[in-house]
Design a protein around this ligand. Structure first.
Ligand code: FES
Length: 359
């Protein structure tokens, strides 16, 4: 792209351009950062050593985030590199004039605080739980709650061996919050200790042997809009040996910084999960600038307290809650506790939780 080893491109903007491309539309993405027609080339690169990049949308058309900082490693798409640039991940003043106009969401009797655009904060322990053998389970995020791309269930495993369960032909990311035991996935057994993520491949059934004395809580995030788990009679022996890595332990040594925040990838492509991605993030006392994502997101709050902000409504967030965010919804999660907020995020479809935009 650039034949100079010393010259960096200009950065006309420090977050990506959101663009809707027509079916099979071809564009020339500006890589030098000098074009006046951002994000497209206007010929200003001549003599700089940079060359524009030709990109053609798919036959259905595409919504894309084209890099504006010109530091992406996946041109022309944003890869989140802009977050590492000075001053990008700015903080917002929760007491600013515009934020003072944002009001608390009205109380509801179903344990879900609804803010703007279909976003909500779910008090998991206030949801109705169903029983199957030693397992109690509740719907946290389903199509009935407005989700289009992912669903999430809270699974409480009593000590002992659980019933066999499955989620059909979907990618699954489990988050074990507490306890220890074994998980048998389609005939292959793994020993584990929480907290950790666990990947279950499409078509596989599983069961958990909770060997701790207390109830073990596990969140199951599914890359499809389901309303209920399946309960097969048999575990089966069709473990997908092509993807042997299934456990994703939480490990502070693997954290990467994003400004003041930290995150660690859990279940992702390394485990064979192509479009469902799980991560754990730590948010210090602060309010991020309101932003959007192109993926649907759920956030399991493991620790800390805060506020979920949208355009005109905000809702309290406590440890144990789950937040649901539709695609493109403007939002900002504020941590208000002295100790950092700890959240487990699941995005779908997507493989990079660092990609955000501000348009
Ligand atoms: S705008 Fe350049 S990497 Fe995101």
């Amino acid at each position: 792209m650039n034949d100079s080893t010393t010259t960096l491109p200009a950065s006309p903007k420090l977050s990506p351009f959101y663009v809707e491309l027509r079916p099979s539309q071809t564009v020339l993405w500006c890589s030098c950062g000098l074009s006046a027609r951002q994000p497209y080339c206007d010929g200003s690169h001549r003599g700089t050593g940079f060359e524009p990049l030709r990109y053609t949308a798919g036959p259905e058309g595409e919504e894309v985030l084209l890099c504006a900082c010109k530091r992406t490693c996946t041109p022309p798409h944003c890869d989140g590199s802009h977050n590492a640039l000075a001053g990008v991940y700015g903080v917002d003043d929760p007491d600013s004039e515009s934020n003072r106009r944002v009001v608390w969401t009205p109380p509801t009797d179903d344990g879900r605080a609804r803010v703007n655009g279909g976003c909500f904060v779910c008090s998991v322990d206030r949801q109705p739980f169903n029983s199957v053998g030693t397992l109690s389970w509740a719907r946290v995020i389903t199509a009935d709650h407005g989700a289009r791309h992912q669903s999430q269930f809270c699974l409480d495993f009593a000590p002992g061996v659980s019933p066999v369960m499955a989620f059909g032909d979907c990618e699954v990311a489990l988050m074990a919050v507490n306890g220890s035991g074994t998980i048998d996935i389609a005939g292959r057994c793994f020993e584990f200790e929480a907290p950790l993520g666990i990947h279950v491949r499409p078509g596989e059934a599983f069961r958990i042997d909770n060997r701790s004395p207390d109830t073990m809580r596990v969140f199951a995030s599914v890359g499809a809009s389901l309303t209920e788990p399946l309960w097969p009679a048999q575990l089966g022996d069709d473990f997908d040996a092509g993807a042997p890595l299934r456990l994703a332990p939480v490990d502070a040594a693997q954290r990467v910084a994003m400004a003041e925040r930290f995150f660690q990838m859990l279940v992702d492509k390394r485990h064979g999960s192509q479009r469902l991605t799980q991560f754990i993030g730590e948010i210090p006392r602060s309010k991020a600038l309101p932003h959007r994502h192109l993926y649907e997101e759920s956030l399991i709050v493991l620790a800390g307290q805060g506020v979920m902000w949208t355009e005109t409504l905000k809702a309290p967030v406590n440890a144990g809650d789950v937040i649901f965010l539709p695609r493109k919804q403007l939002h900002s999660l504020e941590c208000t506790s002295d100790t950092p907020m700890l959240v487990v995020g699941v995005i779908y479809p997507g493989d990079n939780p660092a990609i955000n935009y501000y348009d």
